[in-house]
Design a binder for this molecule. Structure first.
Ligand code: FAD
Length: 391
């Protein structure tokens, strides 16, 4: 069996690649390890940023795959209980950010691709990649009923996240990893409880906390904690007490907690994002710490650049964009890494619960003060939240 592109993974990156290739008239097959139900339920990101909305719009997909709820462009930064509203929209022309939980985006992308006759194979086990530096790589996998299959293709899109097989199929030494561990953990909790008026990030001496909308009666919360902490150490009462204290809101309404996990804040970039005819897209190539909400959005931009590059190659026999794919993606990746790192430092050091010390606390508070008072600093922040335009 042969196709033009084999896409590994049906998350935000893989399903965006698949839809954009389909719209470009390029054949592809998507292989996903999990079931459709499992993928459709994986809840993580919540906002598709302005530039990413415009990216979907340019493909005629925005209204088909994004929820209809516009994000108002305002964030609350609460410092020791005192509210400060900042704009996260730079005022540029065109459609703006949408509140669109990641699983809704993936569900809609999947439905759109299948409705247009797309080839998507769930429960593909033991996926392996071969001949990546040759003219026609092959991809082997095992179907749910145990049959071995081989696909021959021109390109492989590695969209299988940080724990997938695409990146680990690249020989040692071909990619350089750049990693950073912030030494910070976040407990994240999803609950059936009223969302805040605006996405809310809070600095307090007890540690960072955040409260984000995820639906009309659903919220996601974050609480800074030691990176090796365990979710069992956070029973419901402790979660709600800590949120009320750190958000400075004794009247915060609680609700049933539906998900609870702890993860380390870490950042990772692989350079280049290509090996032979394998192109890494999204989390398979880079992880950005969650502050600033850039991870999924970066995956969407990579997908756009990759699909356009393949379209040029297949229809116009022009490989220029394929050759510059990694360099162009990495420019944006490093930019967002820097923004996320800056924001992570500011909102944790200002509370100093990690013990980063009074000097760093003073610097972080000066950055916040500048953001609240200097129009140029506020403008830079809103541009970075909107998503910078790169050629
Ligand atoms: P993934 O979503 O990891 O998808 C990879 C897919 O590949 C999966 O479906 C997986 O099952 C499949 N797969 C894996 N291995 C194989 C294999 N061997 N064979 C076949 N298929 C395979 N980002 C934001 O922009 N904003 C946020 O607010 C935000 N919040 C987050 C909160 C949390 C708690 C977490 C963990 C992440 C958050 N992110 C956020 C980051 C965002 O979720 C990721 O950047 C995004 O999921 C990346 O998409 P992806 O398609 O590259 O990878």
């Amino acid at each position: 069996e042969s196709t033009t592109v084999v896409v590994i993974g049906a998350g935000p990156a893989g399903m965006t690649v698949a839809n954009l290739l389909q719209r470009s008239g390029v054949d592809c097959v998507v292989l996903e390890r999990r079931t459709r139900e499992y993928v459709a339920q994986r809840q993580r990101a919540g906002i598709v940023e302005t530039r990413a909305v415009r990216m979907f719009d340019s493909w005629g997909l925005a209204d088909r795959v994004l929820g209809g709820v516009p994000h108002q462009g305002i964030l609350e930064l609460r410092v020791d209980g005192e509210p400060h509203l900042v704009s996260d929209y730079d005022g540029s022309e065109g459609p703006t950010a949408r509140l669109c939980p990641q699983q809704m985006l993936v569900q809609k992308l999947t439905a759109e691709y299948l409705a247009n006759g797309g080839d998507l194979r769930f429960e593909a086990a033991d996926v392996s990649l071969h001949d990546l530096t040759g003219e026609h790589p092959t991809v082997r996998y095992r179907t749910a009923d145990g049959h071995l299959r081989t696909l021959t293709c021109d390109f492989v899109a590695g969209c299988d996240g940080d724990h997938g097989i695409s990146r680990t199929s690249v020989p040692d030494g071909a990619l350089t990893p750049y990693a950073f561990d912030h030494g910070i953990g976040w407990l994240t909790v999803l609950a059936d409880a009223p969302p805040p008026a605006h996405p809310l990030l809070a600095v307090s001496p007890q540690g960072f906390a955040a409260h984000f909308p995820r639906g009309p009666y659903t919220s996601r919360y974050y609480l800074q904690c030691p990176p090796d902490d365990h979710p069992d150490a956070w029973p419901d009462d402790r979660v709600w007490d800590a949120l009320r204290t750190r958000l400075g809101d004794p009247a915060l309404v609680s609700g049933p907690i539906t998900d609870r996990e702890i993860f380390r804040l870490r950042s990772l970039v692989h350079d280049p994002m290509q090996y032979g005819r394998l192109f890494l897209v999204g989390d398979a190539a880079h992880i950005v710490s969650p502050m600033g909400g850039k991870g999924m959005n970066l995956a969407l931009y990579d997908a756009d650049l990759f699909a356009r590059a393949v379209r040029d190659s297949v229809h116009d026999h022009d490989d220029t964009a394929l050759h510059t794919y990694s360099e162009r993606c990495l420019r944006r990746v490093w930019n967002d890494q820097e923004f996320s790192h800056w924001m992570t430092g500011m909102l944790h050091d200002a509370g100093d619960a990690t013990g980063s010390g009074p000097f760093r606390r003073g610097l972080a508070r000066a950055r916040l003060d500048r953001l609240f008072t200097a129009p140029g600093a506020a403008r830079a922040f809103s541009e970075l939240m909107t998503g910078l335009e790169f050629g």
